[in-house]
Design a protein around this ligand. Structure first.
Ligand SMILES: *Cc1c(COP(=O)(O)O)cnc(C)c1O
Length: 460
């Protein structure tokens, strides 16, 4: 069971960034100018920003001092070797190739491996992963266990991959059309839910039997390892490093966005064992990212990632991190706000259609809640529901909606204190009081793909 007392931050604050409060009329003006889309709101007009945990971490004093000792040599920089050693210590693969962020790692990997008509299984593909697979004309296939879609089910590893469905996919597509399989830890698009080591082992065995390379999408590997330590039998006494190494020992490689569990603002990498594939990835890297000892990064970035990868393994940090996010979930539940359970590693997901039952799906209750939260308290969240994933049915012309209509409150790492979380919960309480008056939305302008980023809406 998670500990629900107020978690104490295992750090003190040495540098501060002032937050500005806005007035209600000011926020009203901002919303109109933004076309009622929180992506169009200038960050300066946001009081507490829970849009994403990606690239929004606070760096430590050691990471900041790493920026000063970064070696900016074009080739063979000292900072590269420190970065390479830090990645190898945890991941254990032979080759480490830096990239400017996670999706660049995905691009060079898929560009090299995928052909039209191929399939790539995953528990749930993150949107950039899916897009990088689909531009090659291949299929991104999601095979998460069905529990992932039951928001009330308190299961420990709702990120697991369904091995029966994986086996069926291998049988129907054939081994030759599956150049690699992936697993996302934690499962971001499935609520930040972890994957168990038992499941990793089972998936790995199956893939090895068919000689299909197995790659992790490892953005939140440390949060996943901590959940294994807490929830899986036999791991309670192991260190996070031991658990992470065991996880990666079952795979052939990994892609990673350092903007999550490497605790930095930019960066990524791909790491793998296969010599020939590594050679081909480096050739592709040189064309658009950079020489293989810097990828798309500065020496100082590599230095900060190396340091972040050490800090993220600290149990005090991970204990605080996961209980900090769970604490927000608990505060919301106490105020009667319906959320996805259990709370994942990096975010709380509010069930917006239950919170605003008077708004029908085609009036986008999740979107309405993101606007209500900003209007009430200057808090920025993101809709993960009908606007983000709604699709027009080609036959009926009607819009079809994803199973869950949610608002995600992603918590940046080491940035907000427990009292900020209380401010968020209090805002929800005020929004709940006037919820009957909250109105739905209509889309007035949208782009054909990823419309949530640019759409403009109006209240109805
Ligand atoms: C963020 C993320 C990516 C992409 O990484 P970027 O650094 O944003 O390009 C890929 N997979 C998952 C699971 C992510 O969370």
């Amino acid at each position: 069971m998670p500990d629900h007392r107020m978690p104490v931050e295992p750090f003190r604050i040495k540098t501060v960034e002032p937050l500005r409060r806005t007035s209600r009329p000011e926020r009203e003006k901002v919303l109109r100018a933004a076309g009622f889309n929180v992506f169009n709101i200038p960050a300066e007009k946001v009081f507490i920003d829970l849009l994403t945990d990606s690239g929004t971490s606070a760096m430590s004093d050691r990471q900041w001092s790493g920026l000063m000792v970064g070696d900016e040599s074009y080739a063979g920089a000292r900072s590269f070797f420190r970065f390479e050693a830090a990645v190898k210590r945890i991941f254990g693969f032979k080759h480490v190739i830096p990239t400017h962020q996670g999706r660049a790692a995905e691009r060079i990997l898929f560009e090299t491996l995928l052909k039209k008509g191929d399939a790539v299984p995953n528990n749930i593909h993150f949107d950039t992963t899916q897009a990088n697979i689909e531009v090659r004309g291949a299929d991104a296939v999601n095979l998460v266990v069905p529990e992932a879609f039951d928001p009330d089910l308190e299961a420990p590893f709702k990120g697991n991959l369904d091995t029966a469905r994986l086996e069926a996919l291998i049988r129907s597509r054939g081994v030759k059309r599956i150049p690699l399989a992936m697993m996302t830890i934690t499962n971001n698009s499935g609520g930040g839910q972890p994957v168990s080591l038992a499941n990793i082992r089972e998936v790995s065995r199956l893939l090895r039997r068919h000689r299909i390379p197995f790659f992790f999408d490892a953005c939140r590997f440390a949060e996943n390892a901590f959940f294994i330590k807490r929830r899986e039998e036999g791991y309670g006494r192991k260190s996070i490093l031991e658990i992470a190494r065991e996880m990666f020992s079952h795979a052939d490689g990994a892609t990673m966005s350092a903007k999550k569990d490497a605790l930095v603002n930019i960066g990524g990498f791909v790491t793998l064992n296969d010599d020939r594939l590594a050679e081909r990835l480096k050739n592709s890297l040189i064309i658009s990212e950079g020489f293989p000892t810097y990828g798309g990064l500065a020496g100082r970035d590599l230095e900060a990632i190396a340091q972040g990868l050490e800090e993220v393994l600290e149990e005090d940090y991970l204990e605080y991190r996961t209980s900090h996010v769970a604490y927000l979930g608990k505060l919301l539940e106490e105020r009667g706000v319906p959320i996805v359970k259990p709370v994942g590693g990096h975010a709380v997901y509010v069930l917006a259609d239950r919170f605003l039952p008077h708004i029908p799906r085609h009036r986008y209750p999740g979107w309405a809640l993101t606007i209500a939260l900003y209007r009430e308290a200057g808090i920025r969240s993101v809709e993960i529901g009908g606007v983000m994933f709604g699709k027009k049915d080609a036959r009926t012309g009607r819009e079809v909606y994803p199973p869950l209509e949610m608002v995600r409150l992603a918590v940046p790492r080491r940035v907000y204190t427990a009292s900020h979380l209380h401010a968020v919960a209090d805002a929800f309480e005020r929004v709940a009081k006037g919820r009957d008056k909250i109105r739905g939305f209509r889309i007035v302008r949208q782009s054909p793909r990823l419309r949530h980023f640019t759409a403009r809406l109006e209240e109805v």
